[in-house]
Design a protein around this ligand. Sequence first.
Ligand SMILES: NC(=O)c1ccc[n+]([C@@H]2O[C@H](COP(=O)([O-])OP(=O)(O)OC[C@H]3O[C@@H](n4cnc5c(N)ncnc54)[C@H](O)[C@@H]3O)[C@@H](O)[C@H]2O)c1
Length: 275
Amino acid sequence: MELADKVTVVTGGASGIGAALCRRFAEEGARAVVVVDVDHAGAQRAADGIAADHPGTKVVAEQLDVADGPATTQLVDRLVAQFGGIDLYCANAGIATGTGVDAPSRVWQQAWDVNVMGHVHAATALLPHWLERGQGYLVTTASAAGLLTMVGDAPYSATKHAAVGLAEWLSITYGQRGITVSCLCPQGVRTPMLFGTGDGTASPDDGASLAAETVKAQGVVEPEEVAQAVVAAVRTGQFLVLPHPEVADYEAARATQRERWLGGMRKLAARIAGQ
Ligand SMILES: NC(=O)c1ccc[n+]([C@@H]2O[C@H](COP(=O)([O-])OP(=O)(O)OC[C@H]3O[C@@H](n4cnc5c(N)ncnc54)[C@H](O)[C@@H]3O)[C@@H](O)[C@H]2O)c1
């Protein structure tokens, strides 16, 4: 799908990857870019900046907690009425926790609600419109942690695996009915999630954990490179979006030599933990 003249929506659009996606979609000549975030002031700031640079694109900010299913449906219905349809929806909002398996239940629940149910709510809200229309494009942001693992963050690893599984399920179930799904799986990206904002507001993790330090030690790409990879994938309808191409090799090693892969990861985890 080409993005020129399209109506696009991005959750987590106030910051990092989401903000880069919004800006890039405007650069591609999208008719509308809807910057959605739980942080309304941040979404408005991002929208104002993009609108100033791209007067040909209608850029609006919307407040939404993606964990809230009814609110997601309300927003999607309203945007469909306002713009005559949504062409591309990026379910991108996500949170890291920096915690292990012993994380409090509320942390596990929050990771599940945002990283998985956020995508479920988006799909549930969008599918009736898209099936009626016979087309629609959903990009979900999982992570390389959803194909491999994230040392030091159990809720993130488990929920991002679930997000990849859900994206595959949606692609398999609706792919023949005009719905295209891509799943974005980056390793480290230079955003507040990984590097923090310094004020503790970016995410429950805010870039200070062992997990964040581990990812930073690998190759870190810029949010704009991720946006470029997404636009390229959307152009061809490719499912898996890998801004770090080496992740495909790691995933192949995991699938075909699992014991060896696990052994290597155990050593990495022990090294990081200083054991
Ligand atoms: N930064 C990385 O290294 C990296 C790597 C792989 C995957 N990801 C994924 O990319 C996505 C974007 O992360 P980022 O790095 O840009 O992080 P970020 O912290 O810079 O931005 C995330 C945005 O999501 C918003 N958000 C959080 N919870 C929300 C909710 N419940 N409802 C609506 N908005 C909410 C935040 O307010 C923030 O603006 C996430 O899904 C993350 O898991 C990031």
